[in-house]
Design a protein around this ligand. Structure first.
Ligand code: ZN
Length: 144
């Protein structure tokens, strides 16, 4: 599978991961309704994630018009939530900011309780997002 999204660096801090993300040239930098639907098909809890944004209290308020790295942040959180060793009482939060939007570079921070679960979640989330982007391009009939 082609890598549309790459993690350039990971810093494991005290209960917090810092990631530098780079989007491949030519791919969308923001989500749309179709991409949001693909993401929700794979991770049905995404719309009810708590999310600090200007539109509402959940990620569902912005999922169809947010940055791709912000979608990745929530996929990482979702993967941590669904790890069998994560406790129901554990809460996950994150932030995403463009470092250079034109170049497709962003900075993501997410908290964790277990560093290995968090790193696994990053790998799984990147795979899910690459899968979404692969399908997104195929349906559009464009990018291979
Ligand atoms: Zn969010």
């Amino acid at each position: 599978m082609e890598d549309f999204v790459n993690i350039e660096s990971v810093v494991v801090g005290e209960g917090r991961l810092s990631l530098e993300v780079v989007l491949a040239p030519g791919i969308p930098h923001t989500t749309d309704a179709r991409m949001a639907k693909m993401a929700c098909c794979r991770c049905s809890a995404l719309p009810i994630h708590t999310c600090i944004n200007k539109a509402g209290p959940t990620f569902g308020s912005v999922i169809d018009r947010t940055s791709l790295p912000h979608l990745l942040e929530h996929l990482i959180i979702d993967a941590q939530v669904h790890n069998s060793r994560t406790k129901p009482s554990q809460r996950f939060v994150g932030t995403t900011n463009w470092v250079d939007e034109g170049a497709g570079r962003a900075h993501i921070e997410v908290n964790f309780y277990d560093d290995l679960i968090a790193l696994r979640a990053v790998k799984d989330a990147v795979a899910v997002l690459n899968d979404i982007l692969s399908e997104y391009g195929t349906i559009r009939g464009g990018r291979q």
